[in-house]
Design a protein around this ligand. Structure first.
Ligand code: GLN
Length: 230
């Protein structure tokens, strides 16, 4: 209804195990998504409260009315568009295959027969892996967060994982996880900020306006550069 909108604090679902987009460091939430949503809220004059949760629960929490917004390295997909409205895209991503460092037997999706493929619940990686499992003859195992999924492959319990390229590339550059990326990206997609479908037209307009302003005033580039370098 818009009354009292000025005092409204929007609850924002975030996946804080997802650097460089969202992570916790020294008791603070940091990352590209965190800075973007804070700057958007600032330039559009609304208040937010971050609500960290497993990625797999975010869309459901939105539908249950527990979240107004989600920014979580969330890829814009047709399936999700049935239940949420997305902002304009703000980042290009796409999936990569990742194996234990030094493994030589997996280079592409065609090398997965009889293998164990680790994915994170509710993600595009999980959907992609599940869709191809029968055809390629592998088993899919699901995890709640990316660190747990990474560990499963680095300790040899699973053979390969699917993760967004910018996330796994950042993680490997930050520290030796005992993992390596193989082959080309499996697909391309784009991240968007989500609001519950049809319910939050005004908020979505503000988010798009705010995002555009950050792109125009150089702040968007500054934030990306801070986390990703040149
Ligand atoms: N981009 C992927 C998706 O939308 C993964 C997001 C995430 O793990 N936070 O499903």
């Amino acid at each position: 209804t818009g009354s009292g909108a000025k005092d409204k604090v929007y609850t924002v679902g975030v996946d804080t195990t997802y650097p460089p987009f969202e992570f916790e460091e020294g008791g603070e939430y940091k990352g590209i998504d965190i800075e973007l949503i804070n700057e958007i809220a600032k330039n559009q004059g609304f208040k937010i409260k971050l609500n960290p949760m497993d990625f797999g629960g975010i869309i459901q929490a939105m539908q249950a009315g527990e979240l107004d917004v989600a920014i979580a390295g969330m890829s814009i997909t047709d399936d999700r568009k049935k239940v949420v409205d997305f902002s304009d895209p703000y980042f290009d991503a796409g999936l990569s295959l990742v194996v234990k460092k030094g493994s030589t037997d997996i280079k592409t999706m065609d090398d997965l027969k009889g293998k164990k493929v680790a994915v994170k619940k509710g993600t595009t990686g999980a959907t992609y892996a599940t869709e191809h499992a029968d055809e390629k003859g592998y088993k899919v195992v699901q995890f709640n967060d990316s660190p747990a999924m990474f560990q499963e492959v680095s300790n040899g319990n699973a053979d390969v994982l699917l993760e967004d390229y910018p996330v796994i590339a950042y993680a490997i550059a930050q520290k030796d996880l005992g993992l390596e990326i193989v082959g080309d990206r499996l697909n391309g997609d784009q991240y968007g900020i989500a609001v519950l479908k049809g319910e939050n037209k005004d908020l979505l307009d503000k988010i798009n306006k705010g995002l555009k302003e950050l792109k125009d005033n150089g702040k968007y580039d500054e934030i990306l550069k801070k986390y990703l370098g040149e």
